[in-house]
Design a protein around this ligand. Structure first.
Ligand code: FAD
Ligand code: NAI
Length: 328
């Protein structure tokens, strides 16, 4: 009987590794603490339709990722988003069109990882608390006290702080992951009955608590009957207000939005706030992935590269490549 490979994390890095390993003939079992896949590319179902609270769109610059995104497009999992872009600088709002191609999952961001899971074996609502080695193989302990295994190798595809906690068996790798600082992002979604009077569909913001805002409904395939918006605070503002209540965060970012539009904004008919504790690595790295091939432990995620969707996908490919090569 073949002993499967365990992958912890069903974000885009974990699924990228899973696909590559399966294509190379391996059996993989996936684990995620959340109820669904996607991690920071997940979408929240709500009374205002489904909302992309994490990754807003992604760009493809590396040739390998460009090819992969074309494959996703052919399958209908992604589509191009061509928002009317603005820039807000020193309180001045101005159109800021460009030629960049931007992709989104359709009909929601999480459609991509959901499709990539396909028929792979995945355990959700399963938080792994320990990765340990038996005589020959690896085992995973979860928060409910259950043990999973045996596994021939383990790929850890979580944000760096969560990877550190799982790397007790590999102190060197744990040390590297522990050195990666990840910044938080507060995200707020607002929905209005009457569409706001602005042609803006996306805005890069400076000199404000806000960093970015998007008209969620302007993305292809979204079906909300309301005018939905997603606002992201800057890392600095999010850190300063990390323990503020969701109500207070919503109020403050709603206020910053009104200030940016120079208008009295109606009260939203729906709002929600989400705190991403490990939203983005404070600096980017060029590790590709981390590995201890002798032990059979691999680590990947956006923080091993650019801190973007593309970096996370490439990191998953790199972890899979190194694992597969160690067996040749
Ligand atoms: P994640 O998506 O974080 O996946 C890790 C998974 O591991 C999660 O599903 C988590 O539940 C699971 N997990 C963690 N610990 C455990 C455990 N102990 N046991 C089991 N499971 C566990 N990128 C862009 O390219 N463009 C953007 O516009 C953009 N905007 C962003 C906006 C926000 C607010 C945020 C938060 C991120 C944004 N990003 C953007 C970054 C992008 O989302 C990430 O780079 C990418 O999704 C990271 O993928 P990943 O697989 O490395 O990690
Ligand atoms: P991109 O090329 O669209 O944007 C990169 C950066 O260039 C933007 O942040 C913005 O500062 C600037 N920019 C691009 N087009 C612009 C325009 N038309 N007008 C004014 N400024 C413009 O996309 P890329 O390189 O794929 O980056 C992904 C985006 O995801 C970035 O905006 C990044 O800030 C964001 N991100 C947010 C995270 C969070 O936690 N909030 C985490 C990771 C990424």
């Amino acid at each position: 009987m073949t002993v499967p490979i365990a992958i912890i994390g069903t974000g885009i890095a974990g699924l990228s590794a899973a696909q590559a390993l399966r294509d190379a003939g391996h059996t993989v079992h996936l684990f995620d603490k959340s109820r669904g896949s996607g991690g920071r590319m997940s979408s929240k179902r709500s009374d205002a339709g489904s909302l992309d609270l994490g990754a807003q769109y992604f760009t493809a610059r590396d040739r390998r990722f460009v090819t992969e995104v074309q494959r996703w497009q052919a399958k209908g999992w992604v589509a191009e988003w061509t928002p009317q872009l603005y820039n807000s600088h020193g309180g001045q709002l101005s159109p800021s069109p460009d030629e960049q191609t931007r992709w989104v999952g359709t009909p929601r961001m999480s459609a991509i990882t959901r499709a990539l899971i396909g028929d792979l074996e995945a355990h959700f609502a399963c938080r792994i608390t320990e990765v340990f080695r038996g005589e020959q193989h690896w085992h995973l302990q979860d928060a409910e006290g259950f043990t999973h295994g045996p596994f021939s190798h383990v790929v850890i595809a979580t944000p760096a702080p969560q990877a550190t906690a799982l790397l007790a068996a590999a102190p060197k790798l744990a040390g590297v992951a522990a050195g990666v600082k990840m910044d938080p992002t507060w995200a707020v979604a607002l929905a209005f009955d009457t569409p706001l009077e602005t042609p803006m569909e996306g805005c890069f913001v400076q000199d404000s608590p806000l960093d970015w805002l998007a008209r969620n409904r302007s993305k292809p395939g979204r079906d909300s009957h309301l005018d939905t918006w997603v606002l992201h605070a800057t890392s600095a503002w999010s850190r300063q207000h990390i323990d503020l209540s969701k109500e207070a965060v919503t109020e403050q970012l709603h206020g910053a939005f009104a200030e940016l539009l120079h208008s009295v904004m109606p009260a939203p008919t729906f709002s929600l706030a989400h705190r991403w504790l490990y939203a983005r690595p404070a600096t980017s790295h060029e590790w590709g992935a981390l590995a201890d091939a002798d032990l059979g432990l691999y680590v990947c995620g956006d923080w091993c590269l650019s801190g973007r969707v593309e970096g996370a996908w490439l990191s998953g490919q790199e972890a899979a490549r190194r694992l597969h090569e160690s067996l040749q």
